[in-house]
Structures are given as structure tokens and as C-alpha cells.
Ligand binder design. Structure first.
Ligand SMILES: [Zn+2]
Length: 152
């Protein structure tokens, strides 16, 4: 049976109201990428970075899957072979649309990552600098998203 691999990106979730970083007037437009989406930016001003991702997390949680998310979930369900969805999106709209197997190559807004030990856990709604890691207690919690300059 043939396998299908589908790669999706920001355009898919734009229809659900989540702006791509090139959109005018969006969240991204109010910040420089270097300030909010790089390890260096996080080291400089973790408060700003957490604030930016808290806003994105809140926006993503309120968004609803669109027809494309649902169609891909239907394909995954009905195709007799395997359908793997690989997404660059950090929202959970594929899952909300019914997809079962999704690989988030750029991480997930719903996740927190310890910059010290690499432990991952569900992110609280609001993250803040100094938030301790539940595994090693280091105050190094960051959003579990892949930033510019990092390897997916
Ligand atoms: Zn840790």
C-alpha cells in the first residue's frame, strides 16, 4: 500500500485566522524576528519572548481548524495506506481537525522545553522568565518551538 507524506506550512492556518510572519499588521509585524524568535533574542529579553509566545498561544487556542485541516484528517482516516502529516505549524489545528499522526517539525506552542536538560512538558497558558523545569528545577523554561538559527 502506498504511503503519503504531506508537508504543510503557515498558509494552511492563515485561513483559520493565524497570521503568517510575513503578514502585514500581524503579531510578527510588531516585533523583529531577531528579538522574538532566536535563542539570542531569548537570552537578551526572555520576558518579551514569553509575552510574544503567550499571545500566540492564546490566539492559537481560540482558532478553529478549517476545511483543509479537516480534509487532510479525512484523507488520513480513509486512505488504505499510511498518511503522515508533517507540519511547520506550531498550532494544533491538524489535531483539532481530527488528524491522528502529526509531526511538528518546528515544535508546538502547546509545549514547554527546558533549555538546560531538554525535558518537555505541556506549556501553561502563560509562561514567564524563571519558570522552573519540572524535571531538573532549572529556571530555564522556554517555548518548545524551533527558532531561527536552530535545527528542526
Ligand atoms: Zn530541566
Amino acid at each position: 500500500m502506498e504511503k503519503i507524506v504531506i508537508l504543510t506550512g503557515a498558509g494552511l492556518s492563515a485561513e483559520s485566522g493565524l497570521g503568517t510572519f510575513r503578514d502585514a499588521g500581524g503579531l510578527w509585524q510588531q516585533h523583529r524576528i531577531e528579538d522574538v524568535a532566536t535563542p539570542e533574542g531569548f537570552a537578551r529579553d526572555p520576558g518579551l519572548v514569553h509575552c510574544f509566545y503567550n499571545a500566540r498561544r492564546k490566539q492559537a487556542a481560540a482558532a478553529r481548524p478549517n476545511a483543509a485541516h479537516k480534509a487532510l484528517a479525512r484523507l488520513q482516516r480513509d486512505w488504505p495506506g499510511e498518511v503522515v502529516i508533517v507540519t511547520q505549524n506550531v498550532d494544533a489545528l491538524h489535531e483539532a481537525g481530527g488528524a491522528a499522526r502529526v509531526i511538528h517539525m518546528h515544535g508546538e506552542l502547546a509545549g514547554a522545553l527546558c533549555a538546560d536538560c531538554g525535558h518537555r512538558w505541556p506549556a501553561p497558558e502563560e509562561m514567564a522568565p524563571g519558570h522552573p523545569c519540572p524535571a531538573c528545577a532549572a529556571p530555564e523554561a522556554r517555548p518548545d518551538v524551533v527558532w531561527f538559527g536552530e535545527i528542526p
